[in-house]
Write a new protein. Structure first.
Length: 510
């Protein structure tokens, strides 16, 4: 009798109406974040021309969002477990839209950096809440795998839609318009989400510990800042102090979590080899990819001379590959194995990045498009399966915190990738030898060189642009080699750490 009742309850949970409509709202939140992240790369040349940031300020504009969001994700994921994931998602989406207006109308590099940081605070509420709600909406593991695949595909679709829509906007409006496209998406999310999304939270959450929040933010920010500054400018005592402060804050955070009865983040989650392996794979993968993604739009526009809309279309193969792979990743992991799918996907991305080391100023698009397609397919397989592993490794009550760990790895990898690989590109670029009369601003960024060339005589301008573009391509090739090494190392680590890991098959009780 009991077994029959449990089966009926499970079937009812699986067939609960509205879960797929609710997923569509979560997809909007993912699109909101993905579009914002990808349009920035296309807008970078225009921001460089209008706001005239230094090379360091340009890197800060690119990565301060990731710094802040990485420092706050765990705290916000835990806050969602406590006050309700739906409530936090709707608050965060509203703030995200409002702060997007501040980004659009930033008038100085410093104001743009502050606006991006505030956007990181709002963004930290969105991604953990969406994954945690998926964990509580779908009790059938196979349905959950598909839902996670759709969630990942939406992020990839946003990566595709962002450059295309952004390119169109940049050709017809000023660069701030790429941020204003967040507003209609946010409005639909809030209005529809308020009606469709079910609320979920931890029934016994404990207090939200403010000292832990501060330690997490200071630790992440200090550590990533130290890596960024060392990669860009070499050793300095101030940088070392920031790194030591960050490391000390993270150690204090871990110790505090281990002694609290209801911690912000249950450190015992990392005892699971599957959980830890999936988190490490995400971190290393994004680290190897993000710096190159940040500079790819500049390569397509400023080196190859493509219009913004054309550059956006050129990046489509990566998104298409990721969407297709994400939708079938769960099925592939069950047919073969988790480690085969994750390691194979990461190895494919690593080999694709290695192919970018031969790219020159006039490389034909078929090679670039093929590389982007392989990168998309490999990343789609890897990210979808690791997200599923992380979600299924924890109880529903801790879904927010676990999702936050996954997203922290993603954002920390993005910040480190832009810092390290971006600094490699910038460092190689700055050393180029231009013709006599080359302005100092031309050595700050490729956008600065293009702007400076506009005021020079034609022969001098041509020589300057050729030298600057070649230096940029040389830096991109070196960064691609480093990224390929990181991805291949991540593939090898995943093969060992995910050994024996399987995705769930049985229906859980809600």
């Amino acid at each position: 009798m009991t077994r029959t009742l449990q089966s009926a309850q499970s079937a009812e949970a699986v067939k609960r109406p509205g879960r797929w409509l609710a997923l569509s709202v979560l997809v909007l939140a993912v699109l909101l974040v993905a579009v914002d992240a990808t349009v920035l790369g296309l807008a970078t040349p225009y921001i460089s021309e209008d706001l005239a940031p230094s090379g360091t300020q340009l890197l800060w504009i690119g990565d301060v969002y990731s710094f802040v969001i990485a420092g706050l994700l765990v705290s916000m994921g835990s806050l969602g477990d406590r006050i309700g994931r739906k409530r936090l998602l709707l608050i965060g989406a509203t703030a995200f839209g409002a702060i997007s207006v501040l980004n659009a109308y930033a008038s100085t590099p410093e104001m743009m950096i502050v606006a991006r940081a505030l956007l990181g605070v709002a963004g930290a509420t969105l991604m953990p809440a969406t994954l945690a709600l998926i964990r509580n909406l779908f009790h059938d593991p196979r349905e959950r795998s598909l839902a996670v695949g759709i969630w990942g595909a939406a992020a990839s679709a946003g990566a595709a839609v962002g450059p295309v829509v952004g390119g169109f906007l940049l050709e017809h409006f000023w660069w701030g318009s790429v941020f204003l496209i967040n507003l209609p998406v946010m409005a639909v999310l809030v209005v529809v989400g308020a009606k469709l999304l079910p609320e979920s939270s931890n029934p016994n959450p404990g207090p939200w510990d403010l000292p832990s929040v501060v330690l997490s933010l200071v630790g992440m920010f200090g550590l990533v800042y130290a890596v960024k500054e060392t990669a860009a400018h070499g050793f300095a005592w101030a940088t070392l102090a920031a790194g030591l402060l960050g490391a000390a804050a993270l150690c204090a955070f871990v110790r505090r979590q281990l002694t609290m009865p209801t911690p912000l983040l249950d450190m015992r989650l990392f005892r699971s080899r599957g959980f830890s392996g999936a988190v490490l794979a995400d971190l290393l993968t994004i680290l190897g990819l993000s710096g190159l993604v940040f500079f790819l739009s500049q390569y397509l526009q400023l080196v190859q001379g493509r219009r913004p809309f054309e550059a956006g279309l050129a990046e489509l193969p990566a998104a298409v590959g990721a969407v297709v792979a994400g939708l079938i990743a769960g099925r592939a992991a069950r047919r073969f194995s988790v480690r085969a799918v994750v390691s194979g996907g990461l190895a494919a991305v690593g080999l694709a990045l290695a192919a970018l080391t031969v790219v020159g100023q006039h490389t034909a698009y078929p090679l670039i498009g093929a590389v982007l397609l392989v990168v998309g397919v490999g990343a789609g397989f890897a990210f979808t399966v690791t997200a599923d592993v992380i979600l299924s490794s924890v109880p529903k009550e801790q879904a927010g915190a676990a999702s936050a760990v996954s997203e922290t790895a993603y954002e920390l990898g993005a910040a480190l990738g832009i810092a390290v690989l971006g600094s490699i590109v910038t460092g190689v670029y700055r050393d180029f030898t231009g013709p006599e009369g080359t302005p100092a601003a031309a050595h700050e960024s490729l956008g600065g060189a293009v702007h400076a060339a506009a005021g020079l005589p034609a022969p001098t301008a041509e020589a300057l642009l050729d030298a600057a573009r070649q230096a940029f391509v040389d830096g991109l090739g070196l960064a691609a080699a480093v990224g390929a090494a990181v991805l291949l190392a991540a593939a090898a680590a995943s093969w060992f750490l995910l050994r024996g890991q399987r995705l769930e098959d049985g229906v859980e009780h809600p």
